[in-house]
Design a protein around this ligand. Structure first.
Ligand SMILES: [Zn+2]
Length: 302
């Protein structure tokens, strides 16, 4: 799932191409994509794009007339920049957003279509779509601590909970925990202040480094090949490979369709987290699926 660094780079590429330009037309190929009926999607036609914002892992297109179009790519949704009027490829394409200079294509691999598009009117309707998580790049250590310890969760769950933190998913939480030398199953309310400080610093450092890296990689091109598995990652997607810090083997915790990667030497005092001893914890306090997490709402918190 595209996370904060990927979304940031998408937004920068979009700013250069569509900001202040009119969205001429939206062509919808999948009936499941648009999740709102009022206002009708056609209301966006001809409206100028006046803002581009990240909201958690969502991309928000601010349009003239106080209209807000909110795109959630979920796991397999991707954006592409093509020639004006580009065709919708039969299997993958969900929608095309037509501009004078080019077409923004939305595709989603796989048969399960989970990406979503909401069109709402007014700031209030927009804020109702916000899961409520803290913007970690701007958060002070105090705000970070408050969010982290507001509930007692495993670190893996807390970092990826969109109600607590904005824009962090399975990939970058692995990288952040490795940098902070903290176990994915450590409980948030049992952490010492020095550990929380380390987590705060690591969160900001890892995300900033990856934004920089992806920005450099994309250059002036539209970012293609957006993936949760990057060759430069320390542990995520690197089960069995050497940890870049200590050389030990990267391990994994598997659950549902996902896995969490960690280095025992760097993060768990050399302890291997066995599937069996984890089973209770995994049931109780582990991120379920990225979809379920993304569907959580801020309703009972704020
Ligand atoms: Zn290590």
């Amino acid at each position: 799932m595209p996370e904060l660094p990927d979304i940031t780079i998408y937004l920068e590429a979009l700013e250069r191409r569509i900001l202040n330009r009119p969205l001429q037309r939206i062509r919808i190929a999948s009936p499941f994509l648009v999740r709102t009926a009022v206002p009708p999607i056609e209301r966006a036609h001809g409206k100028r794009v006046i803002a581009l914002i990240r909201m958690g892992k969502r991309i928000v297109f601010g349009l003239e007339g106080n209209l807000w179009m909110v795109l959630h790519l979920m796991i397999a949704g991707r954006l592409h920049w093509r020639e004006p009027g580009a065709k919708l490829a039969r299997k993958l394409a969900l929608a095309a957003f037509d501009f004078t200079d080019g077409t923004l294509l939305l595709t989603e691999a796989g048969t399960r279509k989970r990406a979503s598009l909401h069109l709402v009117e007014g700031q209030e309707a927009l804020s109702r779509l916000h899961p409520g998580g803290l913007d970690v790049l701007r958060a002070s250590p105090e705000d970070f601590t408050a969010s982290l310890t507001s509930e007692n969760h495993t670190l893996k769950r807390a970092l990826t909970d969109p109600r607590l933190f904005s824009g962090i998913g399975n990939a970058y939480s692995d990288e952040i925990l490795h940098r902070a030398k903290l176990s994915p199953i450590a409980l948030t309310q049992k952490l010492g202040s020095e550990e929380i400080q380390r987590l705060h610093d690591s969160t900001q450092a890892v995300l900033r480094e990856w934004i920089e890296r992806l920005r450099e990689e994309a250059g002036d091109e539209f970012p293609e090949g957006v993936t949760a598995f990057r060759p430069g990652m320390a542990v995520h997607g690197r089960f069995g490979q050497p940890c870049p810090t200590c050389g030990g083997k990267v391990q994994r915790i598997r659950y549902a369709e996902n896995e969490t990667n960690y280095c025992p030497t760097c993060q768990t005092g050399g302890r291997l987290l066995s599937d069996r001893s984890l089973s209770l914890l995994l049931k109780k306090d582990w991120p379920k699926t990225p979809e379920e997490l993304e569907e959580m709402r801020a309703s009972h918190r704020r």
